[in-house]
Write a protein of this length. Structure first.
Length: 231
C-alpha cells in the first residue's frame, strides 16, 4: 500500500501540517509523545480516519495514550497501544476493505452505547447489535477497564466505567490496548463517528454528511461564544 512518511509538529510547524493535510490521503497515522497533540490536531482539521500512536516517554507512555484517546465528543481519534506502530499500519490496511454495516457488541441500556447508536442512525449507517463474530467485519465493542481486545479484525473499543477506581483502573489501559483501536472512556459517539469516517473512505455521500455534521457542531460552539461575549 503506498504511503508518505513525514516529520511534523502540531506546535512547531503548524503551517507545514496544514499543507500536509491538504494532500490526497485516505487514512492518517500520527505518532506523538508527552502531551501528544498531533493526532488530535490532525483530526480537528480533517474528516479522514486518524490513528494515533502514543510514543513511550514519561509514565511509560500512559500520558500520551490518555491524551490521544480522550478526545472531546465529535472529533474522534483512534488510538493504538503505546509504541504499536505496526498495529496502526495493520488497522489502516483493514480500513480499506469494503464494509456493509457496523457490528455492535454492547449493552443497549448503557449510555455510551445509546450515543453510538444515535450517531449511526443520524448518518443512516446500517448496524447489527450483538451479532455473532464475523471475520472481515467493522466492529465496535464496549469493554470494562479489566478487559482486553479479543480479535484481530477491524475493531474499535470503547472502555466504559464499571464503577472501579478510575485513576487506578486507567493503568490497565497499558495492557488492554495491545491490540485494536481505542477511543476515550464512555466515548461511544466517537467510536461511531470513527466508524462512519472509515466507511466514508469509499462512500462520498458519507463524507458530505461528516462535513455537515462538523459544521453544525462548530456553529454551536460559535453561538455559545457569542452568548459569552454579549454578557
Amino acid at each position: 500500500m503506498p504511503y508518505d512518511a513525514r516529520i511534523c509538529s502540531a506546535h512547531r510547524t503548524p503551517d507545514e501540517l496544514d499543507a500536509l493535510l491538504r494532500g490526497n490521503y485516505s487514512v492518517i497515522i500520527a505518532g506523538a509523545g508527552l502531551a501528544a497533540h498531533l493526532p488530535g490536531v490532525c483530526a480537528s482539521k480533517s474528516i479522514l480516519p486518524v490513528i494515533g500512536v502514543p510514543v513511550s516517554n514519561n509514565y511509560q507512555g500512559l500520558d500520551s495514550l490518555l491524551s490521544i484517546m480522550q478526545m472531546p465528543p465529535g472529533i474522534p481519534v483512534l488510538s493504538v497501544g503505546v509504541d504499536k506502530g505496526r498495529e496502526a499500519a495493520k488497522m489502516a490496511a483493514l480500513m480499506h476493505m469494503q464494509y456493509k454495516n457496523v457490528h455492535l457488541f454492547l449493552n443497549e441500556k448503557d449510555k455510551a452505547a445509546k450515543k453510538a447508536i444515535d450517531i449511526l442512525k443520524e448518518f443512516n449507517v446500517p448496524y447489527e447489535i450483538n451479532p455473532e463474530f464475523r471475520a472481515n467485519s467493522l466492529n465496535i465493542s464496549f469493554v470494562t477497564l479489566n478487559e482486553s481486545a479479543k480479535d484481530d479484525s477491524l475493531s474499535i473499543y470503547v472502555p466504559i466505567n464499571d464503577g472501579s477506581g478510575m485513576a487506578e483502573a486507567s493503568l490497565n489501559l497499558l495492557r488492554m490496548t495491545s491490540n485494536g483501536l481505542w477511543v476515550g472512556l464512555n466515548r461511544g459517539e466517537n467510536a461511531a463517528l470513527a466508524a462512519v469516517e472509515i466507511l466514508a473512505i469509499t462512500d462520498m455521500s458519507l463524507r458530505q454528511k461528516i462535513i455537515a455534521y462538523r459544521k453544525k457542531h462548530a456553529e454551536k460552539v460559535k453561538d455559545d461564544n457569542m452568548k459569552v461575549k454579549s454578557k
